[in-house]
Write a protein that binds this ligand. Structure first.
Ligand SMILES: Nc1nc2c(ncn2[C@@H]2O[C@H](COP(=O)(O)OP(=O)(O)OP(=O)(O)O)[C@@H](O)[C@H]2O)c(=O)[nH]1
Ligand SMILES: [Mg+2]
Length: 215
């Protein structure tokens, strides 16, 4: 199945010249289920791409924006909303996985520990996982939980995309500065993203398309 379409848009690193790249085209999306333990995850051979980040960073909103549906993944003003691994089958070909947000202070220590175990267990054992999208809020610095996440990812050598969310909250200059700061701190390229304005959507879809094609 061909999931790609060639469009004209800004290249990954500069915005001056027009550049052609291939964007993943999402034609179909189906909710598979919510899974609270690793043994419940369906044994499906299709590739998975997971979305991780601190609670409230905008994972579910970003997923809804990518698939063009407002209510596919649950979004709430209450942080800590996503407590399970939520699977969405895309184009009948691969799965997007919405992970529980980490680091939310107002849940019990025991619950935080059990989420961490679930996320770490999933990242370390899923054979279908081909890449991870790590979301960071443009108004915050990466914290210990984010760095822990990157350490696990480094250990597992999983291809990782950094997405800096809610860029509509900062002006252009501040956003550019923040992106550079995060890229320097983490040693990885970062994509600025806003689900309100749609900024970064095609760039992220292009990077996701590459991840799936490189497999
Ligand atoms: N201004 C702005 N607000 C956003 C953006 N993305 C998400 N939000 C808001 O941020 C809040 C949290 O978004 P969610 O998508 O639920 O965050 P999450 O990372 O899935 O949170 P958990 O499920 O708790 O891990 C919601 O109120 C969203 O409307 C964005 O790009 N811009
Ligand atoms: Mg969520």
């Amino acid at each position: 199945m061909n999931d790609s379409a060639t469009v004209t848009g800004p290249p990954l690193s500069t915005v001056n010249e027009k550049h052609k790249y291939t964007v993943l085209k999402i034609k179909q999306c189906e909710f598979v289920g919510s899974f609270f333990t690793l043994d419940k995850i369906p044994r499906d051979p299709r590739p998975q791409i997971a979305f991780a980040g601190r609670s409230n960073v905008g994972k579910s909103t970003l997923l809804n924006s990518l698939v063009g549906q407002r209510k596919m993944a649950r979004v709430s003003n209450t942080p800590g909303k996503t407590r399970s691994l939520n699977f969405f089958l895309i184009n009948d070909r691969f799965n997007f996985v919405d992970l529980p947000g980490y680091g939310y202070a107002k849940v019990s220590k025991a619950e935080r520990a059990s989420w961490a175990k679930l996320i770490e267990g999933y990242l370390k054992t899923s054979e279908q996982l081909v890449g991870l999208v790590l979301l960071l809020d443009c108004r915050r610095d990466p914290n210990d939980d984010d760095l822990q996440m990157l350490e696990w990812l480094g250990e597992s050598r999983l291809p990782t995309l950094i997405v800096v969310t809610k860029t509509d909250k900062l002006n252009r200059d501040k956003t550019a500065r923040k992106l550079r700061q995060i890229e320097t701190a983490l040693g990885l390229p970062a994509i600025g993203f806003s689900s309100l304005s749609g900024t970064g959507k095609n760039e992220l879809l292009a990077a996701l398309g590459d991840l799936l094609n490189d497999r």
